[in-house]
Design a protein around this ligand. Sequence first.
Ligand code: T5A
Length: 216
Amino acid sequence: MSNGARGLFIAFEGGEGTGKSTQTLKLADALRSRGKVVEVTREPGGTPGAEAIRQLLLHPPGEGWGAQAEALLFAAARSDHVTQHIRPSLEKGVWVVTDRFVDSSRAYQGGAGGLGDEAITALHDFGSDGLRPDLTILLEVDEERLSKRLAARDGENSDAIGGRSAEYHQAVAARFRKLAEADPTGFRVVDGTGTPDEVHGRVLEAMADLLGQESE
Ligand code: T5A
């Protein structure tokens, strides 16, 4: 399974409906066909504890969470996910592909939620030793296409965060873009429009350097 090398950690990021879950599965298949052992996971979630926190976050009891409590819950879920799942898998040489990671907290809670990047990064340093993906793929789709995709899939049934205002989601998208521009080595921005296979082709192209290195 492993030649002793650490596995690579790849995250998909972007707003709701940009195709992260679809592309996570496609990338995992493509990596498996290149002989990698791959695990697919998601946030919030990925361990029993983090999945329980996911329920609290997306379907909150009572009035819902305040901004700080929400950020702490995401960080707590991530800490459990990193400690119990992601790090042990990477150390065994497994490649981990996740549907969202810390940059979601930086874009949603830090950006649109107004808590700022420093607070989110500090929580991540404390909870998860600041683990960063080897590569983050940011999927971008224009607002009009996204609302059509989500209406076709969800109708009126969005969760506590997906159901926030258009302004909130615009601020999320703007913050994602800013994070990617600030770290061109760590991020690749991929156009998420077109068929799932077309987007998958762009994803493979965007990470060709990483795949090339591995096959050398
Ligand atoms: N959140 C999460 C935070 O606020 N902070 C955090 O730190 C974290 C980790 C999670 C929520 O939590 C928030 C963000 C979210 O609001 P979720 O349900 O896990 O909620 O996540 P979403 O990211 O919203 O998941 P979605 O399933 O809505 O979006 P995806 O994964 O981007 O999209 P996907 O692949 O499921 O596709 C959506 C629909 O579009 C179709 C699919 O078939 C599906 O119906 N589709 C396409 N249609 C046309 N062309 C394509 N190329 C398509 N690709 C997919």
